[in-house]
Design a protein around this ligand. Structure first.
Ligand code: ATP
Length: 513
């Protein structure tokens, strides 16, 4: 755990030091759970968004994009259920005065038990080597059986108190499990209360004439209310999808995990409209497709897992999260939800307008079912950033800090250095830069010794460094150094574009899907 916390601290300070993420309004001591993306962060974020958009929209003939407004008619949120049911259960510790999400306290407790099981399995794997059978071990090891039973019991009770909105039962569960406040160490808990997460604001000039509106808590509803507009004007045939990226806002209770849980964040969502009765197949298909997208980035298959929901939201008939191994353990990165016809039907009812699709093959109209994929762009940023940040021991006994971002996502694709600041080398380096910048984001640096410049680019995540030296003047060749292997090669200036393109092209990466 200490090691994990250490790594997380490193992620925070590196994100600031290398111009990725700043606290919002830092000179006023910041605003809790709100962050700004800095000069490098904005590029990484844009590249992640593009990588998603290309995979989802450009590569699918039957998926189109939209960009709906953040402010929507307030009835939208009545229909979607957010006004009445978009609540989190919160609980305060009377001694530390700290506030927690009751469900997160219980889930974290359960995860700790799970980690103990995983630890036992890892140990046994080492002990038994090749002959180890995990399934058998899980079924026969007494410690694992006992812990798994405890986890299952927690799941059952957690689901019950949530489904029945049994707030007293929720508090009792926390007390019965012996969960204490991490700050005060006590179990002096208040009762559990429901708290609506939507930010409200007003439209209109005067108090009497103003209308209560909300900052959207998810981008999905902008897609639902436009479903028929897009279907008709785009002449879309079911099955088809509508994708959108954009800001969403939630007044989160627990906001202590950097950009993992923010009050203002960005989502990348796709709603896939299907024939009723086919949603199970599409749900399965999108679960697989989305996992493949993640795996294409090469961040280690062992860092992902599915978590199928025990407690389904009011609109869903199946739901799963893709969880990622963040520096603080496995947590939700993306949700895949089979949302039934709940949203479209609710909007029909509240607006009085039909939101139906005429199926020519079936010769009838129906309200389509929806399978949704929903990923937080900021969470994806954190997953990529934290996974890429590594300390490496070098052969000469020193260490280097390297940000091994997938090259397709790196803010700068190459840095160009003249070996020295004289003898015409800067002019040649500039010329290379002027040529490459049409195709790639490239960085120029002539300050300090080359070794130091390499280290700076390693830490900033730039996949290639290109050095112009005196030989370049004679034979038009340069040294290209690879960030991950530190291998250096002599190549012709004329070949640079292709070498970089092969490594950073979206096609190279997405084809791994
Ligand atoms: P959680 O259980 O972590 O609160 P959620 O289940 O409420 O998340 P969804 O409503 O399914 O999340 O939203 C879809 C995605 O949006 C999530 O998988 C996550 O990546 C992202 N997301 C949700 N809330 C936040 C937030 N406060 N900050 C950053 N990203 C978020």
């Amino acid at each position: 755990m200490a090691k994990q916390e250490d790594q997380f601290k490193k992620v925070l300070s590196h994100a600031k030091e290398y111009g990725y993420v700043f606290q919002s309004s830092e000179i006023y001591d910041g605003l809790s759970a709100v962050y700004d993306y800095a000069q490098n962060g904005v590029e990484l974020k844009k590249n992640i968004r593009d990588y998603w958009w290309k995979a989802m929209v450009q590569m699918h003939e039957n998926i189109v994009g939209i960009d709906a407004a953040i402010l929507m008619h307030p009835t939208t949120w009545k229909a979607s259920g957010h006004v009445d049911a978009f609540n989190d259960p919160l609980i305060d510790n009377k001694d530390s005065k700290k506030r927690y999400r009751a469900d997160v306290l219980v889930e974290d407790f359960r995860e700790k038990i799970n980690q103990k099981i995983e630890k036992d399995i890892t140990k046994a794997k080492k002990r038994f080597g090749e002959s180890f059978n995990e399934e058998e071990f899980r079924a026969t090891n007494q410690n694992v059986i006992r812990r798994q039973k405890q986890m299952d019991e927690i799941t059952v009770e957690l689901t019950r108190v949530q489904e029945e909105s049994d707030l007293e039962g929720f508090r009792q569960l926390i007390i019965d499990l012996g969960i204490n406040c991490p700050v005060s160490g006590s179990n002096n808990w208040t009762e559990v209360k429901q708290f609506n997460l939507m930010f409200g604001t007003k439209i209109g000039a005067s108090a009497e004439n103003s209308t209560q509106v909300y900052l959207r808590p998810e981008t999905a509803q902008g897609i639902f209310v436009n479903f028929l507009n897009v279907q008709k004007t785009g002449r879309m045939k079911i099955p088809f999808g509508i994708a959108q990226t954009g800001k969403a806002f939630r007044n989160e209770i627990v906001a202590r995990q950097f950009i993992f849980r923010m009050r203002e964040f960005e989502q990348m969502e796709m709603q896939f409209f299907v024939k009723p009765g086919t949603q199970k197949e599409w749900y399965k298909e999108w679960k697989e497709t989305r996992l493949k997208w993640h795996l294409s980035l090469g961040m280690g298959a062992e860092n992902y897992r599915f978590h199928d929901h025990d407690k389904l939201a009011h609109y869903a008939d199946a739901a799963a999260d893709i969880e990622f191994n963040f520096p603080f353990g496995f947590k939700e990165l993306e949700g895949i939800h089979s949302r039934t016809d709940f949203d479209l039907k609710a909007h029909e009812e509240y607006s009085g307008k039909k939101l139906q699709y005429f199926d020519h093959e079936e010769n009838k109209s129906y309200v389509p079912y929806v399978v949704e994929t929903s990923i937080g762009l900021d969470r994806m940023f954190l997953a990529v950033f934290s996974n890429s940040l590594q300390e490496e021991a070098l052969e000469n006994g020193t260490t280097r800090t390297v940000l091994k971002l997938p090259a397709v996502l790196a803010p700068f694709k190459a840095a160009i250095f003249p070996l020295v600041k004289k003898d015409g080398l800067p002019e040649v380096a500039r010329k290379i830069m002027d040529d490459l910048k049409w195709d790639f984001n490239v960085f120029y640096d002539e300050k300090d010794a080359v070794g130091k410049r390499y280290r700076r680019q390693d830490a900033a995540g730039t996949p290639f460094c290109i050095t112009v030296d005196h030989d370049t003047l004679k034979d038009n060749s340069v040294t290209i150094r690879h960030r991950d292997t530190m291998e250096q090669k002599r190549v012709a200036i004329a070949d640079l574009k292709q070498i970089i393109k092969d490594a950073v092209d979206v096609k190279t990466w997405l084809q791994k899907m």
